[in-house]
Design a protein around this ligand. Sequence first.
Ligand SMILES: [Ca+2]
Length: 507
Amino acid sequence: MVRPLPLLALTVSLATLACWALTPHAQADDRPNVLFILADDQAPDTIGAYGNDVCDTPNLDRLAREGMLFRQAHHQGAWVGAVCLPSRTMIMTGRTVWHIPDPRAGRKPRPGRPPYVSPIDPANTVPDQPQFTMPALFNRAGFSTMRTCKRGNSYEAANALFTVRHDQSNYGPGSENGSEWHGERVLDFLKEREASGASDPFLVFFGFTHPHDPRTGPPDLVAKYGADNEGPAAEPDPDAPALPRNWLPAHPFPHGHPELRDEVAVQGVMEKRDPATVRNETGRNYACIENIDDEVGRVLAQLEEMGELDNTYIFYTADHGIAVGAHGLMGKQNLYEHSWRVPYLVRGPGIEPGLRSDALIYLLDTLPTLCELAGIEIPESVEGRSFAPVLLGESDTHREHVYGVYAGGTRPGMRAIKKDNWKLIEYDVLDGAVRETQLFDLEQNPYEFLAEHHDPEVIAVTGHEPKRFQRNLAGDPAHAEKRAEMEELLRTEMERLHDPFPLSPHP
Ligand SMILES: [Ca+2]
């Protein structure tokens, strides 16, 4: 479905006609540009506009002030430890998590290893249809397409289709090995367009390698946030950011992915969750995020100087969130809010400034949304739904509920469902040794406090005492009906999405 947009309708003015008649090769094209910015591993609450008053993000805050901020944006999950891979493939294809191509399927097994069995049923996917991915659709519509991003953990067949392409994994702090390098690539692209007088619209995929660990931020920013790239001192630096209020010294039960890199091998952290380590890592995280914000600011300034800012849809999001100490976890391989949700900001033509939306959206809704905003027909392979009506103030809601999965460790793994203010997470891991259920009223308990957060020893460390009712409600007879309703909804959604690993009945 392609809906004409009032501000973007192709208007053929007399001046345009005259120009076209005189110089047929320089036909004016008023279609909007797209700047899609993707951070790697960033939780929403690291941004000023989402309520963080420590991490300085003036340019992201500007996008929020001049555009729309989504409080309920989610990725749909992963069936592999590298959560990036399915998430980025969903962004490129607009397909759901069990319907995307698995790049590892059909690969020769490594010597001495059993053959890889893909969890994806080939009957449900479209492995050979890169022609329906983001760059292909925009190329065909006459946009100039450009991408800069980290290497790997994404859908290579799509990445290969950007006309201009740069890949470099920049986990460092400098101009050649950090976020600045990606910013420079975008500035080069825009300046070349400016110099050549290009008039076709563009799609820029502006990806960062940070704030993914190792969070080696620029030394001045790392120092600003009381952190040290070499690792924490024995005692927390007084200038380091506070612990997350839902910090725990350990997760209350095994999450089901033994030896998971993010939980045991992050540089400077390993298996430590003590306050000095977590606060140091939070400081490094903020340094990397402010560094990204600086680069976003440089690109915004360039668009402004070129007169393109107000005719460009700017999206800012991340492939998934991350725990960094919350719930005793470091990684993104869980379905708590810090890891399941992503930041999502959109500024552009027809979007009222300063709006906040609670519409439930997925990252996989991005591609159809971009298509609708750019006047491109949405291909049938796309399962996501455009939320352009929300952006343009025509609707307040988008989805009734959202589903999330982590099945990259022992399976079935974790599943979540969210509807209104209610959220259910189920764990079925380690051959049935762990079967746990969590039910949260997110309106009353947005940080998903558990019984362990009420431990006086934990409160003494975080300085935050949860309210009595802020806990997991799954075992509470008063909420048995709600739990049953959410369990039923989860199972229905698992079936609809062809989730191949049914959960066992939970105690
Ligand atoms: Ca990632």
